[in-house]
Design a protein around this ligand. Structure first.
Ligand SMILES: [Zn+2]
Length: 304
């Protein structure tokens, strides 16, 4: 009888030991490759900062195709021929004070006017990464953001993770919708954007490398964040948001602050003036432009 015999247990122990060695090794190799790819991406981004010309990037960045028998073709590169913008060189902040980039995702909303009023009263320019709003009363806000000197960046049209991150084609189709809408309403072609959920997230990990490559190829620059206001959660107060932003920005030379502009985020509006008051003497507020060197996640950030 093999089952339950000494020989069986011997085999069981040996198999277990073998698995204990094998599984971490395979995982280490997989994560190692992911990490390596990501480092290449960051290097590629740095490279762009010294080049004002679009790079010649027909295929994935940093992949050695000499060992690939069939070179893949990306048909989506032919789509949306008007969805290109001119890349700018990245320029250092060149500021005596640390710089804070306040960014508001998910607007326009019922709170956008309040946010804009506070920024205007304090003579501060910020960045709005917008989505599509079907509400008639919100339509003029895209233009008001631009007219008041803020940067209007793209966030997404639908903000539906499963839809936009289903494939690069799906992402481009969504981006094109909001890109065209913003251009029609403001006359300005947005050059900067933010991925919903950040550039590397659980929904896009299969396609993020290809997706980022394609967006960079089209001239767009994306910005993650290095300070979170914490207002994305369900439970937060203006005091907590104020504390999170000030604590996050206090020791950084450059802060890209994630905040939200939506009808449910009255607490963010409530925190804005006190955030400005706490930082205005020691920091300088600026809007993001495509010449600001991107703050981007690395794979390590995403695991935290
Ligand atoms: Zn969002």
């Amino acid at each position: 009888m093999y089952w339950g015999s000494v020989r069986f247990f011997k085999h069981l122990i040996l198999s277990t030991v073998a698995l204990m060695i094998l599984v971490p090794t395979v995982l280490a190799v997989v994560f190692g490759i992911q990490n390596h790819r990501n480092k290449q991406l960051v290097e590629e981004l740095k490279k762009y900062s010294s080049e004002s010309q679009l790079p010649k990037m027909e295929y994935l960045v940093g992949v050695d195709y000499s060992e690939v028998i069939t070179v893949p073709t990306f048909t989506y590169q032919e789509d949306y021929p008007d969805m290109y913008v001119e890349r700018s060189s990245f320029v250092a902040e060149n500021s005596e004070k640390p710089v804070v980039y306040l960014t508001f995702d998910d607007g326009p909303s019922a709170n956008t006017e309040k946010v804009l009023d506070i920024l205007k009263a304090n003579d501060i320019k910020a960045t709005f990464f917008v989505v599509n709003s079907n509400i008639e009363a919100h339509q003029y806000l895209y233009k008001r953001i631009v007219d008041e000197g803020h940067t209007l960046g793209i966030h997404t049209y639908s903000h539906q993770y499963k839809k936009i991150y289903n494939s690069v084609d799906d992402y481009l189709a969504d981006f094109n919708q909001i890109f065209n809408k913003v251009y029609e309403l403001t006359g300005v072609k947005p050059t900067v954007f933010r991925f919903p959920g950040g550039s590397i997230n659980v929904y896009n990990h299969q396609i993020y490398f290809e997706l980022i490559s394609e967006m960079l190829r089209r001239g767009f620059v994306y910005y993650d964040w290095n300070v979170s206001s914490g207002d994305a959660g369900q439970t937060f107060t203006s005091a907590a948001i104020h504390q999170a932003v000030v604590n996050g920005a206090i020791n950084k030379d450059k802060s890209v602050v994630l905040m939200h502009d939506s009808s449910t985020k009255a607490a963010t509006v409530g925190a804005l003036q006190s955030i400005i008051d706490s930082l205005k003497e020691t920091h300088e507020f600026r809007p993001i432009t495509n010449s600001v060197e991107p703050t981007v996640f690395t794979y390590e950030d995403n695991k935290r």
